[in-house]
Design a protein around this ligand. Structure first.
Ligand code: UT7
Length: 329
């Protein structure tokens, strides 16, 4: 039987690295312009981690703020899930590296890979684990160092992404944002539309794979754009139908922060005014799994959200994967 006590977000934290790179600066090294990037994506600047900052370091910064915000001590955490496509290394997991850096107990730690939908997938998984009764307090993180897999010779992708991390402390005990419902889906029929082709078991690293630039992110932007708009709409509708809630009852939508034109299309398709969407992609670019927790944390801190209001989080990403989460602030 389903556990009727909703999991809550007791506290959140996010972290953007210090180095801010605006479009103008990018256009000095890449054949692009501030005008093109703004018009086609809405992005004005993004943040990049330093050479010695890895995804676990970004996670650590966000997690410390989230723990403090939740008023939870590190030794109370008994589950860590890190959603990322840019782990510090293929293994051990970034979650294990983070456990050590944060001084957590010898608790369950693992990474989850669902690309830009990763944080919402991780909320679903952590909720199920907390609902089992075997875990009490989970640290769920979306973190990326996208700059580590970006191809600076490919102007169609390198202008889009940024680095960052967002963290949430989840529990069934205590006050916080209620997680009311989840939906996750995927379609693996077109993996090449958005992928990092080499470095895995299909194409292990070789001198050729490196010279062919196959360790960088590759994307078919147009196909991803079309799919994104379609699956984000259907994933919102599916979750709302499951919970018998009308879209008009939703006060805030926090979408994956990939492209302002995708958000505008979603707003038109759902017939929801754009001012109900929280967006910060102009300042962060697309931070993949970090995008939703970075935006959610900012939205909460902006004080525009009020207790009792309903929120809808919606993401899509490589896989393709998609996910939506219904919350009550
Ligand atoms: O988290 C999920 C990840 N990804 C996404 O959500 C991305 C989804 N896709 C997109 O956001 C858009 O497809 C892009 C922003 C990537 C591209 O926008 P677009 O309107 O689909 O542009 P396009 O690919 O059709 O390219 C239009 C033109 C091309 O020139 P020609 O062939 O018309 O002469 C490109 O070569 O723009 C050119 N172009 C650029 N020009 C200046 C592509 N990238 C750039 C650039 N600067 N950075």
């Amino acid at each position: 039987m389903a556990n009727l006590i909703h999991t809550r977000i007791l506290g959140m934290g996010s972290f953007g690295p210090d180095r801010v790179v605006d479009n103008q600066e990018l256009s000095k090294t890449v054949d692009t312009s501030d005008e093109w990037i703004r018009a086609r994506t809405g992005i004005k600047e993004r943040r990049f981690a330093s050479k010695d900052q890895s995804t676990s370091d970004l996670s650590c910064m966000a997690a410390k703020i989230a723990l403090e915000d939740a008023n939870v001590l590190p030794d109370q955490i008994d589950l860590v899930v890190v959603a990322t496509i840019t782990p510090d290394m293929p293994f051990p997991s970034t979650a294990c590296l983070l456990q050590h850096k944060l001084g957590l107990g010898k608790v369950a730690c693992f990474d989850l890979e669902a690309a830009c939908s990763g944080f919402l997938y991780a909320l679903d998984v952590a909720d199920a684990m907390l609902s089992s009764g075997r875990y009490r307090k989970a640290l769920v993180i979306g973190a990326e160092k996208m700059s580590s897999i970006m191809d600076w010779q490919d102007r169609t992708t390198c202008v889009l992404f940024g680095d960052g991390a967002g963290a949430a402390v989840l529990s069934k005990e205590g006050e916080g944002i209620e997680l009311l419902g989840f939906y996750c889906g995927a379609d693996g029929s077109n993996p090449s539309w958005l992928c990092q082709p080499a470095g895995g078991s299909a194409q292990p690293a070789t001198p050729e794979s490196i010279s062919d630039r196959k360790h960088f992110l590759k994307m078919n932007g147009r196909e991803i754009f079309k799919s994104a708009v379609r699956v984000m709409e259907s994933s919102c509708r599916k979750l709302l139908d499951d919970h018998k809630i009308s879209i008009d009852e939703i006060d805030h939508i926090i979408p994956h922060q990939a492209n302002m034109r995708i958000v505008e299309s979603l707003s038109q398709r759902l017939k929801v005014p754009l001012d109900k969407f929280y967006c910060n992609l102009d300042r962060f670019g697309n931070t993949s799994a970090a995008s939703i927790p970075l935006a959610l944390d900012e939205a909460i801190r902006s004080k525009n959200v009020q207790r009792g209001q309903l929120g809808l989080l919606v993401a899509f990403g490589a896989g393709l994967t998609w996910s939506s989460t219904l919350i009550r602030f």
